[in-house]
Design a protein around this ligand. Structure first.
Ligand code: PGA
Length: 243
């Protein structure tokens, strides 16, 4: 795993956006795996800026988001579909038919998860998967204990995850379940970009990058992936003993 540190959140976000922009420019039909949460917001803004000011063309790009809350409609402001529209989809020239987020309503969950896996496979697989990391080490909504071979499925969220996400969003309520790509799904991405910022993530980043590989810290399983870049701001990297 390559670990890169940046002086602050804006620098980390700019570097992450640059990496994505270069894959979009290089690949004939790029397939991106995308994440929600507070961490990638700066990266999405920077991608929109690169699109506006440098003409980065998203028209050949396909995207797959990691997860969606079970029970939230796409026009619910708490949904990840809504988040993605606001932060990226409406700001660049992505073809709506090529932007995929699991559907959290009006579907049979198992059928929807199978459909999602099939779409990823038919697209040729994910070239670059962006990940944040939860305070408990989750990636996507794969909470501690998740099967390393898991595929897209309905998952129950850890109470800590619901509480953290509710507090961050200033929300009264959030569902306790989600559809999430599995760890097996994520590990099939050809390249992975893990992002974390802020001192609050320092300890879980230390456990994920330097601790044992264990399903108790899902992000530690990334140590076994051959092509991971981890971008951190200084506060998130502070327990890593980097030179
Ligand atoms: P955050 O969430 O970016 O809001 O910290 C990350 C995650 O829970 O995966």
């Amino acid at each position: 795993m390559r670990v890169l540190t940046y002086s602050d959140y804006d620098e980390m976000s700019a570097a992450a956006a640059r990496m994505i922009a270069s894959r979009i420019a290089q690949l004939p039909e790029p397939v991106l795996g995308l994440a929600t949460g507070s961490t990638p917001i700066g990266m999405y803004s920077e991608l929109a800026r690169i699109h506006d000011e440098e003409g980065l063309d998203f028209s050949r790009t396909t995207t797959f988001n990691l997860d969606e809350y079970w029970g939230l409609a796409p026009d619910d402001p708490r949904s990840y579909k809504w988040f993605m529209k606001g932060h990226l989809f409406s700001r660049v020239n992505l073809d709506p038919a090529r932007t995929h987020v699991p559907r959290g309503v009006d579907v049979d969950p198992d059928a929807e998860c199978q459909r999602y896996e099939r779409l990823i496979e038919e697209s040729g697989g994910i070239d670059l998967q962006v990940l944040g990391i939860g305070m408990n080490g989750h990636i996507g909504f794969n909470e501690p204990g998740a099967d390393p071979n898991s595929r897209t499925r309905l998952v129950r969220l850890a109470q800590q995850t619901v509480d953290v996400n509710r507090a961050k969003g200033g929300l009264d309520s959030l569902p306790g379940y989600a559809l999430s790509m599995g760890i097996g799904t994520i590990m099939e991405a050809k390249e992975i970009l893990l992002l974390a910022n802020g001192e609050g993530k320092a300890e879980i980043i230390r456990r994920a990058l330097r601790g044992p590989v264990t399903r108790d810290v899902p992000a530690s399983l990334l140590q076994t992936h051959p092509n991971v870049v981890c971008m951190l701001d200084k506060p998130a990297a502070k327990l890593l003993d980097l030179p």
